[in-house]
Design a protein around this ligand. Structure first.
Ligand code: CP
Length: 420
């Protein structure tokens, strides 16, 4: 091997930077949670395992309050002053519409100033600057870095970098993972859970103490209860490569008595990974793997049994040439939702999708959009509210939101009944 080719195969500084955190990254999630918190609140947001159920409830409560306050000029002005002194950097080197824009809108609701690097060819990384140097530079100018990267665990490594800097009294800011490789998308899971929390209140504007929507549903589903426990959640599509599925499944696994049913082709790249299955089962979750939405589940077609259905896109951009022949034999039409199937779903079961959906594949055709159970546009809007709630939590202004809300509206629980 020539000296030149030896030099070519040497690890880059970016690779060495990541490698130095490998042993910390490889630890089980429960050993890492404390390092990403300070005084009982999240400092860095890296994976969904950082969100116990009580924190999910608190975030939903704050999101509800921000949502309602945003409806009035007085509320908007209050929110705009909350974090006026803070600046956020959005470092998104992988395409994004919803996560980028909803984080930006969330920052704007709370008065934060934002800046962005979306295309690394416009940054000094083209001159050889490492990602870690970029992050340190962002932390020099901003109070928070929200980052999306195609590199799994890069956000986690950046959080360790910030913790190490903090120990030396150097400037250090919170890191928020807005999607890292095929690994995790924790804030997507937050908005998915928030959408489920709101849906499973079964509240309707016409509800009265004498007659509620839940009472009406219970005539056909006597065991139906409010909340996320005891429900059957279906996930359909590209399960193996979907970071949103990984993050959401980990959150749902915290609720008692849930069944998680994964509908995916049997190919190892696309079906539920062994490590996620093991982690879910260790938590006592009933895990079911199915080949199609019509596969039998508890005596009926799976699609008719779900209390909620989470559709996903087949992520063809990750297809490997070596899989092409096997993929060609898969009947992918089984991972598309049809109008007929929607008609057979439970009348209250929300249809979720992290989006984008793929117009060429058509996993959810637009004719389903008008069904009241089609929740995906509302779900995306919920992302703005729950991300604003997350920022309020990280910067420790969530009780100010609660206090002001109480002053304005009195009844703290009333927000849960407000339609989006
Ligand atoms: N759901 C989601 O992460 O969408 P974007 O890729 O558009 O941000």
């Amino acid at each position: 091997m020539s000296p030149a080719s030896l030099a070519d195969s040497a690890p880059t500084q970016d690779e060495r930077d990541l490698a130095q955190y490998e042993s910390r990254i490889d630890r089980p999630p429960q050993l890492k949670v404390a390092e990403f918190s300070r005084e009982g609140r999240l400092r860095h947001v890296i994976f969904s395992g950082q969100f116990p159920v009580d924190l999910l409830e608190d975030l939903a409560d704050t999101a509800d309050k921000i949502r309602l306050l945003s409806k009035s000029r007085t509320g908007q002005d209050f929110l705009l002053n909350l974090l006026r002194h803070k600046r956020a950097m959005l470092y998104f080197t992988q395409p994004s519409t919803r996560t980028f824009l909803s984080f930006m809108a969330a920052c704007q609701i709370l008065g934060m100033t934002c800046n962005e690097v979306r295309d690394p060819t416009t940054s000094s990384e083209t001159k050889g600057e490492t990602r870690f140097d970029s992050i340190r530079m962002f932390s020099s100018y901003f109070d928070l870095v929200i980052m999306r990267s195609p590199i799994a665990r890069l956000a986690e490594a950046c959080a360790y970098l910030m913790n190490d800097l903090e120990r030396t009294a150097a400037r250090s800011v919170p890191i928020v993972n807005a999607g890292s490789g095929a690994d995790e998308h924790p804030t997507q899971a937050l908005l998915d859970v928030y959408t489920l929390q709101r849906t499973f209140q079964f509240a309707a504007p016409q509800d009265s103490p004498a007659a509620s929507r839940l009472d009406a549903l219970r005539r056909d589903y006597p065991a139906l209860r409010t909340g996320l426990t005891g429900k059957v959640y279906g996930f359909c599509g590209d399960i193996g490569r979907g970071r949103t599925v990984r993050s959401l499944a980990a959150l749902l696994a915290q609720y008692e008595g849930v069944t998680l049913a994964f509908v995916a082709p049997g190919h190892p790249a696309l079906r539920l990974s062994d490590d996620l299955r093991r982690r879910l089962e260790q938590r006592g979750v009933r895990v079911v793997e199915l080949e199609s939405l019509e596969s039998s589940l508890d005596g009926a077609s799976a699609v008719e049994q779900f209390d909620a259905l989470y559709m996903t896109r087949i992520q063809k951009e990750h297809n490997l040439e070596t899989d092409a022949a096997e993929f060609a034999r898969i009947d992918f039409s089984q991972y598309k939702l049809s109008l007929d199937q929607v008609r057979r779903m439970k009348p209250y079961a929300p249809i979720l999708h992290p989006f984008p959906r793929d117009q060429h594949f058509g996993e959810i055709p637009p004719e389903i959009d008008n069904d009241p159970r089609a929740m995906y546009f509302r779900q995306a809007r919920n992302g703005m509210w729950v991300r604003a709630a997350l920022l309020a939590h990280v910067f420790n202004v969530d009780h100010q939101v609660a206090r002001f809300y109480h002053e304005q509206y009195g009844d703290w629980t009333a927000t849960r009944r407000i339609e989006s």
